[in-house]
Design a protein around this ligand. Sequence first.
Ligand SMILES: Cc1ncc(COP(=O)(O)O)c(C=O)c1O
Length: 418
Amino acid sequence: MALESSRTAFERARRSVGGGVGSGLRAAMRPHPLFVREARGAHVWDLDGDRYVDYVLAWGPLVLGHGDPRVLAAVSETAAKMQVVGTGHALEYLAAEAVLEAVPHGERLVWSNTGTEAVQVALRLARAATGRRRVLKFAKSYHGWHDTVYAGMSEEDSDRPARPGGEGQSPSVLDDLVVGRFNDVALAERLLNEAAERDLAAVLVDPVMSNAGVEAPAPEFLSALRTLCDRRGVVLIFDEVIAGFRIARGGAAEKYGVLPDLSVYGKAMAGGFTQSAVVGRADLIDQVTAGVTHAGTFNANPVALAAVEATMRVLADPEVYEALERTSAAFEALVGGALASVPGSGGFNRVGSLLQYVPEGGATGLHGTGGLWTVLLEGMLREKFLFMPSGKVFLSTAHIAADLEATAEALEKVLRRA
Ligand SMILES: Cc1ncc(COP(=O)(O)O)c(C=O)c1O
């Protein structure tokens, strides 16, 4: 029976793995996580061998789909030669050169493993350079799970003392956090004008609020942050862990024409392997050998950097982004059209190949958007279309028209039953 093997596997996993999931946010998958035995292109196969169209794409990294042969070839060739060496190797600078070439403000970078770690490094660089300690972030934005920024996770947290995003977090570090409201220039201006009193080292912003509704920046928002940071000597950090190499090859800086001091990249940069980076001003980054600690056994491991270099080579072709845009516009028209055929069902926000389901008159949620989306999530899984609990939708160059048409058709059916 469909999904039976995943349900059984989930029950077994819960006896050995905390919560039965490899990452806490996956617990929100409904009716339970799908257990996958193989993934290729735009599809995954479950333990029974049933095929699903995949709009989760590993929560973002797979802009080229699963198992792109060019990335796999580079990884296999490198893995056969070395796995992790703990000293220099040529891919450290070959992959770095390829990333810096793509990023408009890329003078230098440091490698890290996950987005969470790289955000931490970026904040440390900003604090060291300014000699200040506080950071301005925006309500609801997700920058990884560490105590210092996993806070201020609801709309009501704007312009108020930050509250931790979960249990077990230290409240004392939250004294270092100031919470603004995305796209609210007046509030950002007030908070930044008080920068000296607030001891503000950095503004940390996800330029498209990837995890909080996929909200594009208002035309003046990012440039206002740039001007205000310059005036107050504050470091502007773009968290492009989702947006980077997805909404454009040069990420938000290329798309919106505003250059931050530092950007954090992860996900799409390594085409499905674990690697992140802090990219930007050389004087800031070079502090890593002048007092700022940046460490990690697996930083810059050859296998992941082979994936980065190969992915960068593929993404250098502008046709990749044209294809992503065509596919994403077609998804919006077809699948969005299916939603629109039932009034009150909500719609999709879209920035390039990053989309988000938004309920009619409602809000999205990092841990699950709830309401009608939960019904659609489960209904679509049963029809063999895999979506995320938050309603975020990732697209890749591997999705083809037939995938999108089948998705729209199934969604109409599920909506009729809902
Ligand atoms: C905008 C943003 N920043 C940071 C992170 C954390 O990255 P990671 O999950 O690799 O630690 C994420 C993860 O989804 C993210 O979306």
